[in-house]
Design a protein around this ligand. Structure first.
Ligand SMILES: [Zn+2]
Length: 240
């Protein structure tokens, strides 16, 4: 938890909050707290109400569908361009998905009850998050088509690029097992894809840490969904 001055500065570091008019930013900022989330931290259980909503800054939060045996598959990612807590905005029942922090980092969060009160007084925030909900709906649909039609390597490249945009960094901790789970592909397939991307000089992968060395090369290796999803997001938050 940090001071009000820090939170005010941090508001500019989440692309959605940065779009708020200053009058609303002050109201929202008054209820936000800065937190550091750790990899693997479960922020919400499937089917249970959220305790907080999150505006990520440097962390990556995944929306995941739990599978038998403690595994899961990913259906959405949120970083500094996003927001975790759409069921609250939509006044929907708790979703059958869970929220998990996949890459450690900073976020701003607000208790759900405070957020609900703030929303009644902040029309720009409400409108912005409705638009964001539309973007995320399109993202989810696009990702279903992606997993049904694109191969492991282009999907891995897409995921890495989306993650870079979401956390604003080209180096991050990530195990191959986790990425294979998130993309719902076999570990051996992921391994082959990672080796190929590494041989091409797109990435460097070592001991659970991945570095993007050649973003343009990685984009050339990605399926078209990366560009489609990014363009969609940029329409809302501006150039990333
Ligand atoms: Zn795709």
């Amino acid at each position: 938890v940090s001071s009000t001055a820090t939170v005010r500065h941090d508001l500019q570091r989440n692309r959605l909050l940065a779009l708020l008019p200053s009058s609303e930013a002050a109201q929202v900022g008054a209820h936000l707290e800065a937190v550091t989330l750790s990899r693997g931290e479960q922020l919400a259980q499937a089917g249970e109400p959220l305790s907080h909503v999150y505006f990520p800054i440097t962390c990556l939060i995944s929306l995941v569908v739990p599978l038998p045996g403690g595994r899961f598959t990913e259906v959405g990612i949120m970083g500094r361009e996003g927001f975790a807590g759409l069921p609250v905005i939509l006044e929907a029942d708790p979703a059958p998905q869970a929220l998990v922090c996949q890459i450690s980092g900073e976020a701003l969060r607000m208790p759900v009850q405070a957020f609900q009160r703030v929303l009644t007084r902040t029309s720009a925030l409400r409108k912005l998050l409705y638009k964001y909900a539309g973007v995320r709906l399109n993202q989810a649909v696009q990702l279903i088509a992606c997993s049904a039609s694109h191969a492991a390597r282009p999907r891995m490249a897409r995921w890495l690029l989306m993650t870079r945009d979401a956390i604003g960094a080209v180096d991050f901790d990530l195990t191959q097992d986790l990425l294979a789970q998130m993309l719902a592909i076999r570990r051996s397939q992921l391994n082959t894809a990672a080796q190929r991307l590494q041989q091409n000089g797109c990435i460097h992968y070592r001991r659970g840490r991945i570095s993007i060395l050649d973003p343009a090369g990685l984009e050339a290796a990605s399926c078209p969904d990366y560009r489609i999803l990014r363009t969609e997001l940029e329409r809302l938050v501006g150039e990333m």
